[in-house]
Design a protein around this ligand. Sequence first.
Ligand SMILES: Nc1ncnc2c1ncn2[C@@H]1O[C@H](COP(=O)(O)OP(=O)(O)O)[C@@H](O)[C@H]1O
Ligand SMILES: [Mg+2]
Length: 251
Amino acid sequence: METVLKTNKLCKTFSNEGLQQHVLKNLDVELYKGDFTVIMGSSGAGKTTLLYALSGMDKPTLGEIWFKGEKISGYSSDRLAVFRRANCGFVFQQIYLIDKMSVMDNVLISGLLTGQNRTTVIQNAERLFTQVNIDAAAQRKFPSQLSGGEQQRAAVVRGLINQPEILFADEPTGALNSNNSSAVLDVLSAFNQAGQTIVMVTHDIKSALRGNRIIYLNDGVVCGECRLSRYAEEDSERRGKLEAFLEDLRW
Ligand SMILES: Nc1ncnc2c1ncn2[C@@H]1O[C@H](COP(=O)(O)OP(=O)(O)O)[C@@H](O)[C@H]1O
Ligand SMILES: [Mg+2]
């Protein structure tokens, strides 16, 4: 297995009105190419904080983050931003598409920011939109004119427009109804099956079953992990294995 991301004693401390809160505590984790890694853990465990640190959205307080052979934890903010645009894609629970521009323009902006040629970006965007089943008419609409599920699938397109090494998703279906959630998860599964490395935070067992590796976070450290085979999601043995793993952790 090829390692894409690895931390060494990662710490993140927030200061709130003079009070220090240690959110990540000497956390060690390794992520592998091609995996669909799922991060679970109770609310406040530090999942979002970890995702932001791993993806260069935020800097750790102490410790190292290695992306392949590159130590990104020492980068300046500017250098980190360049690294992030080239290597990381994001999908957020709140979606965060800009509503003053079309769905297509939301995606093109992200692509053009990395200095890619406009024609190439448009071609890539059109291909990705087709893969997530958003047609040309919907691409020209404003985000608010689409359903939540369509908006989130468009956000997945935006996240993938720069062909990132890793797509990070923080509770991507947390604000969606069940049908829309399934459609978004179907899209993520399909991209993973085509080779895309994905790291997703979720609370939900059904969503977690889309992954092949589950990491459980508690109080700022990794306290368990479980590998699931890649066979059918509805396989009851597979679900049983995940449920037993979570039960052991008193989830
Ligand atoms: N920017 C911040 N400033 C201060 N405290 C924060 C900040 N971000 C997160 N925290 C605190 O860190 C803890 C973990 O948050 P978070 O990583 O969002 O947890 P999770 O995603 O697992 O629910 C929470 O107690 C939260 O209040
Ligand atoms: Mg969170």
